[in-house]
Design a protein. Structure first.
Length: 317
């Protein structure tokens, strides 16, 4: 293993620049960081740099390299890839997909679990939906979790999209027009921790927040705020990432459902190259304890096939 660590100041400068600079500047900065970091066993620097170049060759990869997070538009692309984008061979901007792009979207264990998680959310939400309900998506992104429901039996349902990102809300407004749901949809630009609502919603769907948040007190505050927003008897549908076996011997991962060849490549991309921001893992018992502490009851868990990205439902008394 090669190790020649950068100073803290150099590491900070590389991180800060990578948030703001064009991709032509970001790629050399990432390669510089890789040269000074430990190289994973059975991997060479050339292999890592090749992956960086392959990521820089497509829009989704450039989003990852620049932000180490996934925006609303690219979340839609990732989650709905099997249904909306796989056949066309084009990304959301109409650009041809690269081979590595297709590989990530069809083989990465975490992305596959994310795609399955979305379908689980959809089924639970659809089964819970009744006419006249108010449903909120926090953060809403492009709001596919609600816009793609069948409202035939709930024509008077009301929808609320809450997101701190104005670009996400703009895209969601366009989506509301596309699905003919503008007349029943309200948008609020706000942090999930400070939404100006109380006893308003019958259901909240919330995916993707806890995986970015390391502070357990902040997670508890988030759940407490969701409890405040829900009506009595209202349901929260949320999710969390479970730790891989290499990090926790009690990991629930079903390794028989994980591609053994894809897992190390995923680690190279998301951990070693991107140092992705969504690497905060939790166990079921910890999530249950947090939700109970926040005041929720009737807590249940639904796992994806590989048990990487569980869905949790909890009710306000």
């Amino acid at each position: 293993m090669k190790s020649n660590n950068l100073s803290r100041m150099d590491q900070r400068n590389i991180t800060e620049a990578s948030h703001n600079d064009p991709i032509e500047t970001i790629v050399p900065l990432i390669k510089t960081r890789l040269k000074h970091n430990s190289i994973p066993e059975n991997t060479t620097l050339d292999q890592l740099e090749t992956i960086v170049d392959e990521l820089a060759a497509f829009g989704f990869g450039r989003q990852l390299l620049k932000h180490r997070a996934i925006s609303g538009l690219w979340t839609q692309y990732m989650v709905l890839y099997p249904d909306l984008f796989a056949t066309s061979g084009l990304d959301p901007h109409g650009k041809p997909q690269t081979d590595f792009e297709r590989w990530i979207l069809t083989h990465s264990p975490t992305i596959l679990a994310t795609q399955e998680r979305f379908k689980i959310f959809q089924k639970i939400t659809q089964d819970f939906l009744q006419d006249g309900m108010t449903l909120a998506s926090i953060p809403c992104g492009l709001m596919d979790d609600l816009f793609r429901l069948d409202f035939t039996k709930a024509p008077n349902a009301n929808l609320i999209g809450i997101d701190i990102d104005p670009e996400a809300i703009n895209f969601a407004r366009q989506a509301a027009d596309k699905f003919l749901l503008s007349d029943k949809t309200q948008f609020i630009q706000s942090s999930a921790w400070n939404t100006p609502l109380a006893n308003t919603c019958d259901l909240i769907t919330s995916n993707g927040l806890t995986i970015y948040e390391a502070n357990e007190e902040n997670i508890l505050e988030l759940y407490q705020h969701f409890l405040k927003v829900l009506k009595p008897g209202g349901m929260l549908i949320t999710s969390f990432l479970t730790p891989p076996p290499m990090l926790n011997k009690e990991s629930p991962w079903d390794m028989n459902a994980v591609d053994p060849e894809a897992l190390p490549i995923q680690r190279l991309v998301f951990v070693d190259i991107l140092n992705a921001q969504w690497q905060h893992y939790r166990m079921e018992k910890d999530v249950r304890a947090q939700l109970e502490h926040a005041g929720f009851e009737k807590i249940s868990f639904t796992y994806d096939q590989a048990k990487l990205f569980p869905t949790v439902c909890a009710f306000k008394p």
